[in-house]
Design a protein around this ligand. Structure first.
Ligand SMILES: CC(=O)SCCNC(=O)CCNC(=O)[C@H](O)C(C)(C)COP(=O)(O)OP(=O)(O)OC[C@H]1O[C@@H](n2cnc3c(N)ncnc32)[C@H](O)[C@@H]1OP(=O)(O)O
Ligand SMILES: CC(C)C(=O)C(=O)O
Length: 576
């Protein structure tokens, strides 16, 4: 079969819903829904290697820790592992967590399912049945009325085994019914079927019946799903005794949008999996949904403050990696490699700091270009935000030096260092890690601990000033040049000019300061001065001037300047 020139001969368009009075487009999402994690059921059933009991335990505890209050733990009639794990969940769930289990409409499987949650504090029995014409015809060969009768019979059986059985009074029972696949079922029939199920269950306002309306296979644009939900929400009777739940799959890549529009259309609950695991393209991603609320200022009631630990558990138990670009949790989503992004982020942070200073810490609104979320909110560091490769500009490397060494490089030095970084990144053909950049900077600007191999090294110096010298400074000291110590002496208006004078008289090197800046680093008694000096240099026998930057760091401001001059001089010495 070839890729069709005219796919309409094989695939039919999904018809729009006739809902001229639809209200959902004007709604906003202002509160978190009830969440149900089906990682341990729908997620698990789609894994090449389903989870072991141990893996399910780890995952379950993570879900509880994150704040999920409704967890579908299994399909207990599927396997001994699922049954045993359900028993574990029942015995170990906190009192406020509902344990949900799924069963088809088969008597022996319903019985075993109810058995699996015996003794639970709170349990939801979830029953599903094919309702769409395709699923009914293909899977069961049942008419609409036969399917309805089976759904009613199964609901009555669950009722008899649970809330009508006095011996289970210690358990708070809830009931969930899923017409599969709701999104491909005529709406009038979905409502008729659910009315019959509701009547069989007899819900209360306190514990409403859950009608979970799955897009078992996503077949339309999310607005169509929203129309379907709004239709159901406005046509089902005793709405106050009904909780509408969404269960979107991601076949068309729109599950998150479908879940969001579905909530706008009246749904109060969402079922999904962390990072969108699940059948085929997955269930809707619960992380994205919660964090989408969070970044709109709405409390999601789920705590993703340590998202890396969530990724770890999900990857370990599912044995499927979380994509590096997965919204919010992917390893690359808070990283910028490209120059203009890095520049914007760096400026954004600087502006934020300024605003904070101006408002004495009151400014708290997050507005950083390219970063919709403060990485620290999910336990990530600012160091990881900017990473450097051959696509990066001066700002990226400067950011890493700032974050690691507290050195706020002047613009000219950023440009100069960026060229060095570019050459290195192209040479290595890959990203340069933070510590590689720091090492490169320290090596290039002669800031390493061991300076034994540098051409010029400061051994000692002394500066004197006074009226008798007519406000001039006199500097004398010792400089080691290529292993040999030289006594130096010079005079000038300050430490820099007197040192330049000393270098001129000792080595016949003409140096001129092109630019200078300085700031402090560290705090309290550990405060140091960081000095940046751009020098132009005339060397004996060399026709052209050299221009180089140097960096010096020392507790003493004068010494920091002298070290910066020697740093530039060493760079020049290396070039000739
Ligand atoms: C949309 C969803 O995700 S639904 C959940 C799907 N999850 C799973 O299937 C995982 C667990 N499943 C299992 O372990 C097994 O399929 C079991 C235990 C449920 C049934 O196993 P088997 O009896 O061997 O049947 P098998 O898996 O081959 O086929 C499924 C049967 O269930 C029937 N079935 C499917 N859905 C339902 C339903 N909602 N209610 C009743 N029966 C159903 C099918 O018609 C088929 O019956 P048939 O054998 O009479 O044709
Ligand atoms: C059992 C139901 C809710 C399901 O998993 C689906 O329709 O995808």
């Amino acid at each position: 079969m070839t890729f069709l020139k005219d796919p309409s001969v094989k695939y039919k368009k999904f018809p729009p819903i006739n809902l001229p009075n639809r209200q959902w487009p004007a709604k906003t999402l202002d509160v978190a829904p009830r969440w149900l994690s089906t990682d341990l059921r729908d997620g698990n059933q789609s894994l090449p290697d389903p989870m072991s009991v141990e893996e399910k335990k780890e995952y379950f505890h993570k879900l509880v820790e994150l704040g999920y209050k409704e967890i579908e733990v299994s399909f207990p009639s599927a396997s001994q592992i699922d049954f045993d794990f359900t028993r574990y969940a029942v015995e170990n769930a906190p009192d406020d967590v509902w344990i949900q289990v799924l069963t088809p409409c088969r008597e022996e499987l319903i019985r075993r399912t109810v058995e699996s949650v015996r003794g639970a504090k709170k349990a939801i029995i979830h029953v599903y049945l094919a309702s769409s014409p395709l699923f009914r015809d293909v899977i069961f060969g049942m008419t609409e009325q036969e399917a309805k009768a089976l759904a009613v019979k199964s609901t009555k059986l669950v009722r008899e085994l649970t809330k009508d059985d006095a011996s289970t009074a210690g358990t708070e029972w809830a009931y969930e019914f899923s017409p599969e696949t709701f999104s491909d079922t005529p709406l009038e029939y979905s409502v008729e079927l659910c009315e019959a199920v509701k009547n069989a269950w007899q819900p209360s306002v306190e514990i409403p019946i859950i009608f979970n309306l799955p897009a078992t296979v996503e077949m339309s644009t999310p607005n169509v799903y929203a129309d379907q939900i709004e239709y159901f929400s406005t046509h089902i009777s005793e709405r106050e005794k009904v909780c509408i739940s969404l269960h979107p799959h991601n076949d068309r890549g729109c599950a998150v949008a479908a879940a969001e529009l579905g909530q706008m259309a009246g749904a109060q609950r969402v079922e999904g999996c962390l990072f969108g695991n699940g059948e085929r393209t997955g269930n809707v991603d619960l992380v994205t949904l919660a964090m989408n609320l969070y970044t709109q200022g709405v409390t999601p009631n789920i705590d993703f403050s340590d998202i890396t630990s969530v990724v770890d558990v999900v990857e370990r138990c599912n044995k499927i990696p979380v994509h590096a670009r997965a919204p919010y949790g992917g390893s690359l989503v808070v990283c910028a490699f490209s120059g203009s992004h890095q520049d914007a982020i760096k400026k954004g942070f600087a502006r934020n700091d300024e605003l904070k200073k101006k408002t004495e810490g009151q400014h708290s609104c997050w507005q950083i270009p390219y970063l919709p979320l403060d990485p620290q909110d999910v336990g990530r560091t600012y160091e990881a935000v900017i990473r450097v490769n051959s696509q990066s500009g001066k700002g990226g490397a400067a950011w890493i030096i700032l974050r690691n060494l507290e050195l706020d490089l002047p613009r000219g030095l950023q440009v100069a260092f960026s060229k060095i970084v570019q050459t290195e990144a192209e040479f290595k053909g890959r990203e340069l890690k933070g510590d590689e950049l720091v090492n490169l900077f320290e090596k290039e600007y002669f800031l390493e601990e061991s300076s034994a191999n540098y051409d010029y090294n400061l051994v000692d110096f002394n500066i004197v000033s006074g009226k008798e010298f007519k406000d001039q400074r006199l500097l004398d000291g010792t400089v080691n040049y290529k292993g040999k110590e030289h006594k130096i002496a010079g005079k000038g208006n300050g430490p820099i000019s007197s040192f330049l004078d000393a270098i001129k008289s000792t080595f016949d090197i003409g140096l001129e300061v092109q630019s200078y800046s300085e700031h402090s680093i560290g705090k309290g008694s550990a405060t140091k001065a960081a000095t940046y000096i751009e020098l132009s240099c005339e060397l004996p026998g060399q026709p052209n001037k050299f221009i180089e930057w140097g960096v010096g760091i020392n507790e003493d401001v004068s010494q920091a300047s002298i070290l910066a001059i020697l740093s530039a001089l060493n760079r020049i010495s290396q070039r000739v």
